[in-house]
Design a protein around this ligand. Structure first.
Ligand SMILES: NC(=O)c1ccc[n+]([C@@H]2O[C@H](COP(=O)([O-])OP(=O)(O)OC[C@H]3O[C@@H](n4cnc5c(N)ncnc54)[C@H](OP(=O)(O)O)[C@@H]3O)[C@@H](O)[C@H]2O)c1
Length: 216
């Protein structure tokens, strides 16, 4: 499958690497086609990897992943071109973090709205699925923990889109918990802060943890 990756940060590059390892083709998109991180990533990841602008990645992807600075989602999606995402699954990995007051950050959007809902409103004809936002990039692909595979919580309005993203998550090595419609992003984005606070519960902070839902 062709994956359009909007974002050249740690998440875009880690997920891009995972998709390539699973045999998919990935185009990493940035504001500038000559983005050094994206060009280097494409060079290092072989023939199935390429780099371009946000618009190039949006056109290329059958599935598109949003991995941009959460408070810049709208600007990145406008540059990508909303029309290029019509009818496509968009996996939203973002958190609208504001670290201007120091660490840990706060959510710039919270309460009765969320980044996930804003992305779905902006891309009204795309199928947005929130996923991958509650773990660090180092553990996104093939997470390995003593307690077994962790769970990724997802949400979105379209059942078929969530099934497809769920299958991709299983390929990446995750259990999958579907918590409902895209408004669940309000809680998944807050859950990201729980993940960050868990990191700060040790001195120095450690980032090697992930969530798992235990059931009986
Ligand atoms: N880092 C993690 O471990 C982690 C884990 C879970 C979720 N997340 C979430 O995933 C998202 C990506 O995180 P990240 O750490 O990989 O990278 P990041 O530094 O949060 O974002 C980098 C991307 O945002 C784009 N960007 C920055 N400012 C922009 C603007 N004004 N307009 C348009 N695009 C802009 C950059 O574009 P250029 O490529 O052009 O520079 C780049 O592609 C974030 O929302 C983050 O909260 C991160």
């Amino acid at each position: 499958m062709r994956i359009g990756m909007l974002g050249t940060g740690d998440v875009g590059r880690a997920l891009g690497h995972g998709f390539i390892a699973l045999g998919h083709e990935v185009r990493l998109g940035a504001r500038d086609a000559a983005n050094e991180k994206a060009v280097a990533w494409a060079r290092e990841n072989g023939a199935k990897a390429s780099a371009g602008t946000f618009a190039d990645a949006a056109s290329f992807g059958e599935v598109v992943v949003l991995a941009t600075l959460g408070v810049a989602n709208e600007s990145a999606l406008r540059a990508a071109g909303q029309e290029k995402l019509r009818g496509k699954i968009v996996i939203d990995t973002t958190n609208p973090l504001d670290a201007s007051g120091g660490m840990p950050p706060r959510l710039a959007v919270a309460g009765s709205d969320s980044a996930g809902e804003r992305v779905q409103r902006l891309l009204s004809e795309a199928h947005v699925v929130k996923a991958f936002n509650t773990v660090g990039h180092a553990h996104m692909f093939r997470p390995s923990f003593p307690g077994g595979p962790p769970d990724m919580f997802i949400c979105g309005n379209r059942a078929e889109a969530k099934q497809k993203v769920g299958a991709l998550l299983k390929d990446f090595g995750w259990g999958v918990i579907d918590i409902g419609g895209i408004e669940g992003s309000r809680y998944l984005e807050a859950m990201c802060l729980v993940w960050v606070l868990c990191a700060f519960s040790t001195t120095p902070p450690t980032w090697n943890h992930a969530f798992q839902l235990l059931k009986k």
